[in-house]
Design a protein around this ligand. Structure first.
Ligand SMILES: NC(=O)C1=CN([C@@H]2O[C@H](COP(=O)(O)OP(=O)(O)OC[C@H]3O[C@@H](n4cnc5c(N)ncnc54)[C@H](OP(=O)(O)O)[C@@H]3O)[C@@H](O)[C@H]2O)C=CC1
Ligand SMILES: O=C(O)C1=N[C@H](C(=O)O)C[C@H](O)C1
Length: 273
């Protein structure tokens, strides 16, 4: 640790990702843990953040008192729920704190609120902070350019039983990456469910299928299928540390950027390839 370390606050500190993020902040050079937040009413308020993550005492207690902690951090990493994210967002705008948003499941109007906030603070907003998924988003552009006009495109995702939003943010980002490349609107082509007598597959549809089971960390496959052959591009996460490490890397990167809205492809330099 040195005086130039970036001080990170973690929102949703007691969640599956929150605990991994505490670990990642302690392991990665150039960052220190400044604060750990949970929502009002959480049974974890007052618990030591280090103990929460199984790392021993850090003397940083989980709190819902953002105002009291505002001088303790430079950037807030949020993996919570959309309504929680928007509360933290309002606080960050008011107090000029950068934000890394990992939460998924936002409506279009909520996404617009994030875009508006990024006129005042730096925000990295990504449905997936793993390097591999962001590489896949780029590979999908290539596949869509070559096969997108004539093949049947399907996106399949699988996650653990506790996940509350579907399709996953990553599956939607994959759909967006393909739709942008094909110069179409995902909303006009997406098929999110099929049941009963569906009729034949409409040409140009982008289909989504969702699996929720056990402890699957996160798996995504895009299929480009024609008669006689198909291409599948897949990513499988086996540890949440891949997301946590990516989010902390994004926090470090963001500290050197001007105000604005970025995604993980910006952090990794993939948007200029
Ligand atoms: N971008 C990426 O790379 C990744 C994104 N995610 C996304 O991150 C989010 C969190 O995932 P995960 O950690 O598995 O979920 P968890 O449910 O394990 O954790 C969410 C945390 O946020 C808290 N929380 C719930 N509601 C609110 C609220 N309104 N305000 C503030 N805090 C709240 C929860 O508290 P309590 O338990 O008391 O409800 C919990 O501590 C999801 O949207 C998920 O899709 C997940 C992994 C990777
Ligand atoms: O909820 C999760 O667990 C995950 N959510 C993200 C998503 O919705 O894409 C990313 C990752 O797949 C894990």
């Amino acid at each position: 640790m040195n005086n130039n370390s970036i001080r990170v606050a973690i929102a949703g500190a007691g969640g599956r990702m929150g605990r991994q993020l505490i670990n990642a902040v302690l392991q990665i050079e150039g960052v220190i843990l400044g604060a750990a937040f949970e929502h009002t009413g959480s049974s974890l308020l007052g618990v030591d953040a280090g103990e929460l993550a199984g790392l021993g005492k850090l003397n940083i207690r989980v709190t819902d008192q953002l105002e009291q902690e505002k001088d303790q951090f430079d950037v807030l990493i949020d993996f919570t729920r959309p309504e929680g994210t928007l509360n933290y967002l309002a606080f960050c705008v008011e107090n000029h704190k950068n934000m890394i948003i990992g939460t998924t499941g936002f409506s279009d109007s909520q996404k617009e609120m994030i875009a508006q906030a990024a006129k005042n603070i730096g925000i990295v907003f990504a449905a997936n902070y793993s390097i591999g998924v962001n590489l896949v988003l780029k590979l999908l552009e290539k596949a869509a350019k070559i096969m997108g006009d004539y093949s049947d495109i399907e996106i399949i995702e699988a996650h653990h039983r506790h996940k509350v939003d579907a399709p996953s943010g990553t599956a939607l980002a994959m759909g967006e990456s393909i739709a942008d490349t094909l110069n179409i609107k995902l909303a006009d082509h997406a098929v999110y469910c099929r049941e009963g007598h569906t009729g034949e597959r409409p040409k140009g549809a982008i289909g989504f299928a969702t699996i929720r089971a056990g402890d699957i960390v996160g798996e995504h496959t895009a299929i480009f299928a024609d008669i006689g052959e198909r291409v599948e591009i897949s990513h499988k996460a086996s540890s949440r540390m891949t997301f946590a490490n990516g989010a902390v890397r994004a926090a470090i990167w963001l500290s050197a950027q001007p105000t604005g809205l970025y995604d993980m492809r910006d952090v990794l330099g993939l948007n200029t390839l």
